[in-house]
Design a protein. Structure first.
Length: 607
């Protein structure tokens, strides 16, 4: 409990119990009995008034100290620790209170202002004369801030013996902080911390310190035991617990994994089960994460869990209605921010399924200002798909005009990509090329590398797909890859374009596409390219599964052309014809599909 909270209640009670003070004495007429009695009582009344004035003065001084305390804590909560330290220095001089000195020193140490912390200790020594438990705690805290491990661990038992619960909580949190910032120093004291924590089995902060320092020291079983006790003490996972767990998971993931292996998951609180689900997600075990989340939701219908379930349902390729059902639950149970995120996710999922009207209906539910940018981007995407060009331009202009050029999920790069896509869909090839050339010159002069990359990629694709200039396409895409060496899309685009050049370029194309596949094995486009590379190398059987996967994920005409040709080569001609017919119905004029059918001498029925 903060110092000023523990001191405020007695003062408030004192103020409310004081007798009311009259504005002026009420006197009766001269010579009356009451007046005579008043004259006789004057010496006694004067003495009483003096006592009352002294009481009122003392209360006023205490109230002044309280207001200084309030001001300093308010400054701290507003992110102004230096102002809070200054206020505590003033208050210490006025009150000569050891608790004020200790609190001021705590703030100074949190600010890493060790010189000011030492000044608080020195001033308290002057005020108190002799040593005290408060001075010992302050001296210990200074040693801890300096990383003096031997002093810290030697004095730990004595410090805890004279600490109240609030002070003990802070001591253990300070130890945990040392475990994270000075792991080697903390590891040397792991045994001392473990023994001390065992004497405070009902203090969550003690378990946090034990878990953190034991993990840093490689004492995994001690860390697991501390986490098991912590899960019983702090089922809601308060911020200190959350931070400790996150850092242990980052630095010693084997400790968290061991904890979950040795613990009955179903006996954990929903928050700890949520942590288990996060662990499964980070390890890539999405199926188990989704199944466990269903168990949690059966007993704990939390909107954040429903949001996570919706995301996992997309990952698990569950029916879209399952995803929407989870998101409807968020709408029913969540706050405005959660409802907004659910609506945006639903709109994006429906957009991917070409259910544009339903997507717009979900977008209309978004009320929070922090999603305005995202809402405009997704709305513009729908407008582009529905070929509502004017509406799309309007939405993109609105997003461009917003003060914050990013939202929760989309940013300026997404805005520019969509602007380029709109140009690609609305301008003839030569006009689009002129526009891209103009914008490239501007990006070059401004030094905007991100926008320059996007423009190079777009122009490279334009050269390759519509202008029939693969050499220029390769030049642009090579530069894009130089600017973005870890981009699987860039590697894939360059490699695939190289396949349209003479066979001498196929080895380089294969290296690029295989590298892209290692970075993104789920990409339909990359799987299509890789399958096509293997086919051109003469290995149709090896190519087949990649192209089948690509067509399942992205049943477009160019992928169908490739898959159909591989099936035709493998003498699976009925299947090839089925694939080609499906693609022809959707896009009968597609250039690659037409060229493939012409080259193989295939005529589809109905042509």
């Amino acid at each position: 409990m903060p110092y000023w909270n523990s001191r405020a209640l007695p003062l408030v009670l004192a103020l409310t119990l004081l007798p009311p003070v009259a504005a002026a004495d009420t006197l009766s007429a001269p010579g009356s009995v009451p007046a005579i009695e008043a004259q006789l009582q004057r010496p006694k009344a004067a003495a009483r008034n003096l006592v009352e004035r002294q009481q009122r003065q003392a209360v006023a001084e205490r109230a002044g100290h309280l207001f200084t305390l309030f001001a300093s804590e308010i400054a701290l909560n507003r992110g102004q620790p230096a102002a809070a330290v200054a206020a505590y220095r003033i208050l210490l001089n006025r009150t000569q209170d050891a608790a004020v000195a200790e609190r001021g020193m705590e703030i100074a140490l949190d600010l890493d202002a060790r010189q000011q912390a030492e000044a608080f200790l020195q001033r308290l020594r002057e005020l108190e004369g002799g040593p005290s438990p408060t001075q010992e705690r302050m001296q210990w805290a200074l040693a801890l801030s300096r990383g003096e491990g031997e002093t810290v661990f030697a004095g730990l038992d004595g410090i805890l013996a004279h600490a109240d619960e609030r002070q003990a909580r802070r001591i253990f949190l300070q130890l945990a902080q040392m475990g994270l910032s000075q792991p080697q120093v903390a590891a040397d004291g792991a045994d001392a911390v473990h023994r001390s924590a065992a004497r405070f089995p009902d203090l969550a902060e003690a378990m946090i310190a034990d878990a953190v320092i034991s993990a840093q020291a490689g004492r995994n079983q001690d860390a697991v035991g501390a986490l098991q006790r912590l899960s019983e003490l702090d089922g809601d996972i308060r911020p200190p617990t959350q931070l400790a767990l996150s850092l242990i998971a980052q630095r010693q993931p084997q400790v968290v994994n061991s904890f979950f292996r040795q613990t009955d998951i179903n006996q954990l609180s929903p928050m700890w089960q949520g942590l288990y689900i996060d662990t499964l997600i980070h390890s890539g075990d999405y199926a188990r994460a989704y199944a466990q989340l269903q168990n949690v939701l059966a007993t704990h219908p939390d909107p954040d869990f429903y949001l996570q379930a919706a995301l996992l349902s997309v990952n698990q390729k569950a029916p879209i209605e399952d995803t929407l059902q989870h998101l409807e639950k968020v709408t029913a149970l969540g706050n405005q921010a959660q409802k907004g995120r659910a609506a945006l996710l639903a709109a994006m999922r429906l957009l991917a399924d070409s259910r544009y009207g339903e997507a717009r209906a979900w977008l209309a539910r978004i009320q929070t200002l922090d999603l305005r940018f995202d809402k405009a981007i997704v709305t513009a995407r729908i407008d582009v798909e529905e070929q509502k060009w004017a509406a799309a331009r309007q939405q993109l202009a609105a997003a461009e005009s917003m003060g914050a050029k990013r939202g929760r999920y989309f940013d300026q790069g997404d805005l520019r990509s969509l602007q380029l896509r709109l140009l690609d869909r609305t301008l003839p090839p030569q006009q689009l090329l002129n526009q891209l050339n103009s914008q490239l010159r501007q990006a070059e002069s401004s030094g905007d590398q991100e926008y320059l990359s996007a423009l190079l990629y777009q122009r490279g694709v334009l050269y390759a797909d519509q202008l029939g200039q693969p050499q220029r396409a390769v030049a642009d895409l090579r530069r894009f890859v130089q600017l973005n060496p870890d981009s699987p899309d860039g590697m894939n685009a360059l490699g695939y374009t190289l396949l349209s050049l003479p066979p001498v370029h196929r080895a380089e194309a294969a290296r690029l596409i295989e590298a892209a596949y290692q970075l993104d094995q789920a990409s339909a486009a990359i799987n299509d390219s890789l399958g096509w590379v293997y086919f051109l190398q003469g290995d149709a059987q090896r190519a087949l599964p990649y192209l089948q996967y690509a067509y399942e994920q992205q049943p477009e005409a160019e992928v169908a052309a490739h898959l159909g040709e591989v099936l035709w080569t493998l003498d699976q001609r009925e299947q090839a014809l089925t694939v080609w017919r499906e693609a022809h119905q959707k896009d009968p004029q597609h250039r690659v599909l037409q060229e493939t059918l012409r080259r193989l001498g295939v005529r589809l029925s109905g042509e």
